[in-house]
Design a protein around this ligand. Structure first.
Ligand SMILES: [Zn+2]
Length: 244
């Protein structure tokens, strides 16, 4: 059985299935009231059987996935993109600045060239195939999935990095804005970031949004309240780092 979580009550039609992969998680969001789902990101390698099981347990089939939302185009978020698109026929929604990442043509500079080299290796091993964005996302766009999701543009990790915010649950799917592990919560390591100069503005945007719950992609344990608290601690630490 694939474990799933509800936010409001155990019989809620809105459920989250974290799909565990090698480097992190992606999420299947079920809206049972409409017999449909969306995915946020698509994993790296080997997660398809879990996703198929989660769908089956929800009483859904591939075409019931109505959209593929991408927080950004790094390969650990787009590994199964081609396959999921083939199976579902669902549109791919991402910020247009992520197309170069999805295509593997982003011109990495400086330290982040390490990220580009790792991705290039991954793409050849996985026989990765690129997919075109069908619906370009922009900041504050409202999407009709899972009771309503708002696009929150949070650049820093990549230029087009976006989170998805459920007003209904005050829950932010925060992508790779930060990683939240038991003993260490941190911004992504420097070599993975294309435009770190935007991080502070993105952290401020989340502070202003004030979500009650946060779900990143890199964590050990699904606990959206804990991730929110860890995000607060990270903000406090970062303030200290920056000095008065
Ligand atoms: Zn990433």
């Amino acid at each position: 059985m694939v474990r799933s979580y509800s936010i409001d009550s155990s019989d809620s039609p809105y459920r989250i299935y974290p799909i565990r992969g090698l480097l992190g998680y992606f999420h299947l969001l079920l809206d049972a009231s409409r017999r449909e789902a969306v995915v946020i990101d698509t994993g790296l390698i080997g997660e398809m059987s879990q996703l198929a099981r989660a769908l089956k347990e929800s009483g859904l089939d591939w075409p019931d996935i109505k959209a593929i939302l991408l927080t950004h185009g790094h390969i650990d978020h787009t590994g199964h993109l081609f396959q999921i698109k083939q199976l579902t026929g669902a549109p791919v929604l991402a910020h247009p600045l992520e197309q170069a990442h999805i295509n593997g043509t982003f011109p990495y500079r400086g330290l982040s060239r390490v990220c580009g080299a790792l991705e290039a290796f991954g793409r050849s091993v996985l026989r990765y195939r690129s997919v075109a964005i069908d619906e370009p996302l922009h900041a504050e766009m409202e999407l009709p999935y899972w009771g309503g999701l708002r696009v929150i543009h949070l650049p820093g990790h990549t230029h087009g990095h976006c989170g998805f915010y459920s007003q209904r649950f005050r829950l932010l799917f925060s992508g790779d804005l930060f990683a939240s592990y038991n003993f260490i919560t941190h911004l992504p390591p420097a070599f993975l970031n294309s435009c770190p100069e935007y991080f502070d503005a993105s952290l401020d945007r989340v502070k202003q949004l004030s979500p009650k719950l946060m779900v990143p992609n890199h964590y050990f344990k699904f606990d959206a309240e804990m991730h929110r608290r860890k995000f607060d601690a990270l903000l406090a630490r970062r303030k200290l780092d920056l000095g008065p």
